[in-house]
Design a protein around this ligand. Structure first.
Ligand code: NDP
Length: 331
């Protein structure tokens, strides 16, 4: 029996406007970076994504290289599109990106027009969709003129292959420049996708978040749980079946040092005083500023997703709580 969506799917989720655009995203969005690759079986992937959609998570985030192996997350998502989600395509915001290494040779990464256009076409095929709702330049390319990278996004936009375009991990100056170049081409920069969490505040430090607010560009934070460090689970060691325990783990060593783990324990006490789990506090924090459109999480299990969705029960943080979080997260 194909999936049938819950009639109550829009009852609880909060939707936030991306900058000054017409696009609204759920406060919590789901990414398929590491947990939906080649080793994930279809039924368990569908169970998680279907639960997410039933709870109002309308936005699923992908990229050409997500897996492992690269491409496998888009392929798995493409199967879901074909077999279960097709009737709901117009209720979904599906995004992909190009920027990191995808195929060998000089045209398989970074920001050339050659790479972005070819990669978007490949991603559309793998995902079994005719267009992406959002297509991103995944990283700034210092060796390609920004006019060329933005020109490729503008072409995808004008061809209808991307309804909205965005940049990911672009620093402040390049973000402002990308916005200007796109504007001259008649294309709005709708969204920025940076890393952002209690433990990683670079978009506040370099003024990117302020600039996004001024430009009217939305912001979706990736790794708002610092890849699981902000669950507090690493205080007890790496354990099994965790991202940090994986062979070529993407969890930064600096995030597993005693100082950070102690900070997570202190933050956990603040969460408890609010009747929340630490992940729920971390999500409320990531969403506290008005420039923020969505917090983009990853989950390995359905239980994690349920825990994270509990954040919606209390997103309000007082000035005192924000100050206490600042203090607790200092080394
Ligand atoms: P998170 O910070 O949400 O980390 C996800 C990991 O945290 C999970 O795999 C799980 O780790 C752990 N976790 C999640 N919920 C819980 C919980 N309730 N209790 C305990 N542990 C939990 O985000 P990601 O780093 O996964 O990034 C999210 C998405 O952002 C990606 O899927 C992708 O779409 C996007 N992204 C974009 C990037 C870019 O360059 N634009 C780069 C990275 C991500 P475990 O596996 O240990 O169980």
């Amino acid at each position: 029996m194909p999936y049938s969506a819950s009639p109550s799917r829009y009852d609880k989720m909060e939707y936030r406007r991306s900058g000054r655009s017409g696009l609204k995203l759920p406060a919590i969005s789901l990414g398929l970076w590491q947990n939906f690759g080649g080793t994930r079986d279809y039924p368990s992937a569908l169970e998680i994504l279907a639960y997410a959609f039933d709870k109002g998570i309308t936005h699923f985030d992908l990229a050409n290289n997500y897996g492992p192996p690269p491409g496998s997350s888009e392929e798995l998502f493409g199967q879901m599109m074909q077999h279960d989600f097709k009737p709901y395509r117009d209720e979904m915001i599906i995004s992909s990106k190009a920027g990191y290494e995808m195929w060998p040779g000089p045209y398989g990464e970074f920001g050339s027009r050659k790479y972005l256009i070819a990669s978007c076409d490949q991603s559309l095929q793998r995902c079994n969709v005719e267009y992406f709702d959002i297509f991103y330049s995944h990283r700034f390319d210092p060796d390609t003129p920004l006019e060329e990278t933005m020109g490729a996004l503008a072409s995808l936009y004008h061809q209808g292959k991307a309804l909205y375009v965005g940049v990911s991990s672009y620093p402040r100056e390049q973000t402002i420049e990308a916005h200007r170049i796109l504007q001259e081409m008649g294309v709005p920069l709708t969204i920025h996708q940076p890393s952002y969490s209690i433990l990683n505040r670079w978009i506040e430090d370099d003024g990117t978040l302020d600039a996004l607010g001024e430009l009217g560009v939305g912001c979706i934070a990736f790794s708002p749980l610092a890849q699981g460090v902000l669950s507090g689970k690493y205080s007890k060691g790496k354990g099994e079946n965790t991202r940090a325990a994986e062979k070529s783990s993407s969890v930064a060593g600096s995030h597993l040092e005693m100082g950070v783990l102690d900070a997570a324990d202190r933050l956990n006490e603040i969460a408890k005083s609010r009747g929340q789990s630490l992940v729920q506090l971390a999500l409320a924090w990531a969403l506290r500023r008005e420039e923020m459109t969505s917090a983009l999480i990853g989950v390995r299990t359905l239980e994690q997703l349920k825990d994270n969705l509990g954040a919606l029960d209390n997103l309000e943080l007082s000035d005192e709580e924000i100050a206490a979080i600042d203090k607790a997260s200092e080394g």
